[in-house]
Design a protein around this ligand. Structure first.
Ligand SMILES: Cc1ncc(C[n+]2csc(CCOP(=O)(O)OP(=O)(O)O)c2C)c(N)n1
Ligand SMILES: CC(=O)[C@@H](O)[C@H](O)COP(=O)(O)O
Ligand SMILES: [Mg+2]
Length: 628
């Protein structure tokens, strides 16, 4: 039997359905979603929570003429399924497949690319003002979660939008969750809105009133008037200049559709507060939305199963246990996360040191300056942050931390390519954007054991230090207990060869060692992109005819550039090949494959070195042939 969903190839098909058919469509959509995400992995909980909202939005609004901007965009799988990409869902987040986020190049329905949070209101407002400017009658809609709403950027946009005269609708998708439980005063405020008299009374007025169409604005006004004597203060969003509507049940199409239809006829900036449940409709995800925020593949009948196999610890785990050990030893240590407790490895730290754990919400800029404030008072803050998200706090890093030379340790996770999340989440730029800042140091551990030691070394400094390490596991080098340090700013020679020296920064040391066997090259584990070990560099440069730098970071401005600058400054220019991430955005896919595509696996390194220094390799390693 053909399902309703199979007939929907774009939202125009959806709009042909009778309203009474929508709940069935939503049910089919939810089950299709669960089935496909279980096969591919992906952001499940948030998507289960936006099924009805997605159906209602495409049903009521004339998309793509009306624009929808999805904040973060990790909840757009139902949107993808309804906008012509149903059959490609099996390729989600894989090489050449659908992105896990909206992308303008992927579909005209993806009106704005997102993945970093809290950009939607700004973008939708820009679109709405552009439409007005061009004389085009369309709605621009931002769908933003309660977690994303907590960021400064969202409030900057609200501040601007509330006084703008354009067709803007902000939908707050409030599921009372970020990735982990939400934090902060805004969350408390939203909870008050939901539990307060206004919601209770609105609920009891019920769906029927919503259906019989006095515009909701009028309804809300009448309710407020009728409720004189009760204290029903204007919401925060009304104070910002929006017309606030809600909260309404975001899983009830009989509320959503008429409400959205009413809103279409209202003037000025509109704010709709929708209440949803993360994981809705799949009991296991409802019970544990954190675990199902971004699971890998699983059997929906069984749910996520903890692997019993002994596996290598991830760098995140190495950091998490280092943090607890260091906190045990140094009472000044405080740990800060901008809403990434699980991803950054802070779960145990929070349990063991609750008074020294600070989840500041999705607020990277604030996290950095908050750390600076603590450091100014003699504490030793460790900011656990993904490389890509520290981009948000760049001015704060320079202005608040570095200029004042405050000893903040940045534990930079997800440095390098990240795989399934793609270009938006790649930690490609941190070496380049950090090493140009005075007072700042940047360490690049090659493996797990070195990561722990460099964290200890960085923590001991009296200036800001970033220790960058990648997603997942490394070479599998056993981590020594204790809190040993490594010499600050010093590298080490790992293999002695001749002719060519490969200077590796970070985990690419291991493929470099493999390639070097075939090239008979020297391999240096540089460890620090800043300060650069110029003494070691000078010695190596003197002993070799050519140098190769290697890093899982942007070539432009990266550690290889630091080497080039140092050689020039010393007046000893050398033949230099800089290997790293090219000047292009690397899309989603399996990490190993992406690395190979960038020529950064052992075979790729060998091939690049041979291509550039072929004659020299022949002289240095005459008997060895190219790999593969
Ligand atoms: C700038 C930025 N910081 C952190 C993240 C990581 N992140 C992705 S989703 C998410 C939680 C978002 O919560 P909410 O907006 O309420 O959406 P929900 O997951 O509840 O659907 C976080 C912290 C991000 N994508 N962007
Ligand atoms: C959408 C988002 O930003 C996060 O959910 C991110 O996808 C997490 O990435 P990790 O899986 O690397 O923690
Ligand atoms: Mg949320």
């Amino acid at each position: 039997m053909t399902t309703l969903l199979e007939k929907i190839n774009d939202p125009a098909d959806l709009r042909k359905l009778a309203r009474a058919q929508l709940p069935q469509l939503a049910e089919e959509l939810r089950s299709y979603l669960l089935d496909t995400v279980a096969r591919t992995g992906g952001h499940l909980s948030s998507n289960l929570g936006t099924v009805e909202l997605t159906v209602a939005l495409h049903y009521v609004f004339n998309t793509p003429w009306d624009r929808i901007v999805w904040d973060v965009g990790h909840q757009t799988y139902p949107h993808k399924i309804l906008t012509g990409r149903r059959e490609r869902m099996g390729s989600l987040r894989q090489l050449g497949g659908l992105s896990g986020f909206p992308q303008r190049a992927e579909s005209e329905y993806d009106t704005f690319g997102t993945a970093h949070s809290s950009t939607s209101i700004s973008a939708a407002l820009g679109m709405a003002m552009a439409a007005k400017h061009k004389g085009e009658d369309r709605y621009s809609i931002a769908v933003i979660g309660d977690g994303a709403m907590s960021a400064g950027m969202a409030f900057e946009a609200l501040n601007n939008a509330g006084v703008a005269d354009c067709k803007l609708l902000v939908i707050l998708n409030d599921n009372d969750m970020s990735i982990s439980p939400p934090v902060g005063a805004l969350n408390r405020y939203l909870a008050q809105l939901m539990s307060g008299q206004f919601y209770a009374a609105a609920k009891s007025v019920g769906k029927n009133v919503l259906k019989v169409a006095p515009p909701l604005f009028e309804l809300a006004k009448r309710f407020e008037e009728g409720a004189k004597g009760l204290v029903v203060p204007a919401t925060l969003f009304e104070k910002f200049g929006f017309n606030y509507i809600g909260p309404i049940d975001g899983h009830d199409l009989d509320s959503l559709v008429p409400t959205l239809e009413n809103i279409k006829h209202l003037k000025g900036p509109q704010f709709l507060h929708v209440v949803t449940k993360k994981g809705q409709g799949y009991k296991l995800a409802e019970a544990d939305p954190v675990a199902y925020h971004g699971p890998g593949k699983f059997d929906p009948a069984v749910g996520l199963v903890k692997s019993t196999a002994v596996s290598k610890p991830t760098f995140t785990q190495v950091f998490g246990s280092w943090l607890c050990d260091m906190a045990q030893q140094d009472a000044r240590l405080v740990g800060i996360t901008p809403a990434m407790r699980e991803g950054s490895g802070l779960v145990e730290f929070e349990q063991r040191f609750p008074d020294r754990y600070f989840d500041v919400g999705i607020a990277e800029q604030h996290a950095v300056t908050f750390a600076a404030g603590m450091a100014a008072e003699g504490l030793k803050p460790v900011v656990a942050i993904y490389s890509t998200f520290l981009q948000r706090g760049y001015d704060q890093l320079i202005h608040d931390v570095a200029i004042q030379k405050l000893p903040v340790l940045f534990a930079l996770d997800r440095a390098g390519l990240v795989g399934a999340d793609g270009a938006t989440h790649a930690g490609a730029y941190d070496i380049a954007y950090l090493r140009c800042i005075p007072n700042m140091s940047v360490a690049c551990p090659a493996d797990e054991n070195e990561c722990r030691k460099l964290l200890t070394t960085g923590f001991a400094q009296d200036h800001p230090v970033a220790v960058r390490y990648p997603r997942g596991a490394g070479a599998g080098v056993a981590v020594e207990p204790g809190l040993q340090m490594l010499p600050f700013g010093k590298g080490e020679v790992r293999r002695q060869g001749k002719g060519i020296a490969i200077l590796a920064f970070g985990t690419l040391l291991y493929p470099a060692l493999q390639a070097a066997e075939r090239l008979n090259a020297t391999v240096v584990n540089m460890r620090w992109a800043k300060p650069l070990d110029t003494e070691l560099l000078a010695a190596i440069a003197q002993q070799h005819e050519a140098l190769v730098t290697l890093e899982e970071g942007a070539i432009m401005g990266g550690a290889g550039s630091a080497v080039a600058e140092a050689l020039n400054a010393a007046g000893t220019p050398k033949q230099l090949l800089q290997l790293g991430l090219r000047d292009e955005f690397v899309e989603h896919g399996d990490h190993a494959t992406l690395l190979a595509q960038q020529g950064l696996d052992a075979a790729g390194i060998e091939a690049s070195v041979r291509a550039r220094f072929g004659a020299l390799v022949e002289r240095s390693a005459p008997a060895l042939k190219i790999v593969g």
